[in-house]
Design a protein around this ligand. Structure first.
Ligand code: AMP
Ligand code: ZN
Length: 460
């Protein structure tokens, strides 16, 4: 069955065809490791994982690279402000290498907790300085740069077009235009490739430019080239990467070898919180650890992300997390019920589920529709091991780790179970005052009480 992905480069959904059927080559922009990842960042890696899993489900092998930025990323993507790593080092009174080591480990732990499969290659920028140097020398040799005293800049006016992803016009960005910009640059869209290190700068390397360090955008071009070649299948990132970072990657690659490095450019939309931006100052920036403290295991956050397509913004609320938690429990319970079942299911019925599921995931990762197929299976009144196995198969895409799920020990006392049954009976008979009376008893005993189609759900 054909796979369709939305391609930012062509601004439409297109059929995906690998360059080499034997192996899909893919690059994902990874984190800058200067602090803990927040749940917005983690949405980006959940998307990356979802894409990996869909490609694997379709039978493809992958060679997937993700970078770890541990040098050179300024506070603004447009080469302005302080270096994020150095800023963190000052904040924590450590050196930037220690900062990188600490937060890289924290990041890898987070993605493990979310059951995100690690890309085949995780490449740290600081371990590839030599590759970046070779790459930049070629761009210089090809005539796409100019130098000031302390910076080698990419000259975007040398390209046939700069801004192919966001469809921008370089003419609008020429020096002297309305916008103010770094006066050393010839064109507003020019960017730093290599920078001379000031005296007290810790992260610096001996290179053709003296003691210096690379600009942020270079690492993705150079490491992508090293591991995947000058033309590969898919490049992913967040939508914030479109206007600067990915335009600059494309510019670098054109300057290096004249090619746009990837066929498909896929971008994940932002997570919003209560309809707005996440930020430290609004005190609404959460990590996985914060969610855990509030009683949500990481896989609940994974489940929450399936309520929206990756190309839509998704709004984080604790109410939505509560329903994701209920859904995950329902899914687990439903799976276990089928696992214990003995009824027969026809081959046609299974094939129909498989077809619908594949159609959904191959339609630009339409997870809300894929989930609706799963719910239909859960609701199937015939309880069957075949259906449990089908759910496990689909879980290769969902990544909810159902195969390792074990029912927690049942520690609900008999008298409480009896109250739940009595309440269900009262609700069936529309005896609302009795139902409310029992609910209050359960609450007094320390239980959260919720109503669902299946009846009362309690939680300690
Ligand atoms: P950074 O570590 O700051 O380079 O960001 C890592 C990734 O997180 C990038 O791919 C961003 O696009 C992504 N990102 C940052 N904020 C959000 C958000 N609120 N929702 C989704 N992705 C985000
Ligand atoms: Zn990148």
């Amino acid at each position: 069955m054909s796979i369709k992905f939305y391609n930012t480069l062509t601004r439409k959904k297109e059929e995906f065809k690998p360059i080499d059927e034997r192996e899909i080559r893919m690059y994902s922009c990874g984190p800058t490791v200067y602090y803990y990842a927040h749940i917005g960042n983690l949405r980006a890696y959940l998307f990356m994982d979802n894409l990996r899993r869909v490609l694997k489900y379709n039978g493809y092998n992958l060679k997937h690279v993700m970078n770890i930025t541990d040098v050179g990323h300024l506070v603004s993507d447009a080469d302005e402000g302080e270096d994020k790593m150095l800023k963190a080092a000052k904040r924590e009174n450590k050196n930037p290498f220690e900062i990188a080591e600490f937060y890289m480990k924290a990041f890898l732990k987070d993605i493990d907790k979310l059951n995100i499969d690690r890309p085949e290659i995780i490449a740290r920028a600081t371990e590839h300085i030599d590759i970046m140097e070779e790459y930049v020398k070629k761009i210089i040799e090809n005539g796409y740069t100019y130098e000031t005293e302390d910076t080698v800049y990419f000259d975007t006016s040398k390209l046939d077009k700069y801004g192919v992803l966001s469809n921008r016009n370089v003419e609008d960005q020429k020096a002297g235009a309305r916008v103010e910009f770094d006066s050393n640059k010839k064109n507003i869209s020019d960017f730093a490739l290599w920078i001379k290190a000031p005296e007290n700068h810790i992260m610096k390397w001996d290179s053709f430019f003296g003691k210096s360090y690379p600009g942020w955008h270079l690492e993705c071009s150079a490491m992508g080239y090293k591991y995947l070649g000058d033309h590969f299948d898919i490049h992913t990132g967040g939508i914030d990467h479109i206007p600067i970072h990915h335009e600059n990657e494309i510019a670098q690659s054109k300057g290096f070898c004249g090619k746009i490095p990837a066929n498909f450019w896929m971008h994940v939309e932002f997570l919003q919180i209560n309809g707005g931006k996440m930020s430290k100052s609004l005190n609404n920036l959460y990590t996985l650890e914060d969610l855990k403290e509030k009683g949500y295991e990481p896989l609940v956050y994974r489940m929450f992300n399936f309520t929206s397509n990756y190309r839509n913004q998704i709004n984080f609320t604790f109410e939505a997390m509560d329903s994701a938690k209920t859904s995950l429990n329902r899914l687990r319970e439903g799976y276990l019920k089928h696992k214990e079942g003995t009824e027969e299911i026809s081959k046609e019925e299974i094939e129909e589920y498989e077809k619908r599921f594949l159609e959904a995931i191959n339609d630009d990762l339409n997870m809300p529709v894929a989930m609706s197929v799963i719910w239909d299976i859960i609701k199937n009144s015939k309880k069957s091991k075949t259906l449990a196995n089908l759910i496990l198969k689909f879980d290769e895409v969902l990544g909810l780790d159902l195969k390792n799920y074990q029912k927690p020990e049942d520690d609900i006392p008999e008298e409480v179970k009896k109250l739940v049954e009595e309440r269900n009976e009262a609700r069936k008979n529309k005896n609302w005052s009795e139902s409310d009376r029992i609910r209050d008893i359960l609450i007094n005993k320390g239980y959260n009480v919720k109503d669902s189609k299946e009846g009362t759900i309690i939680e300690k």
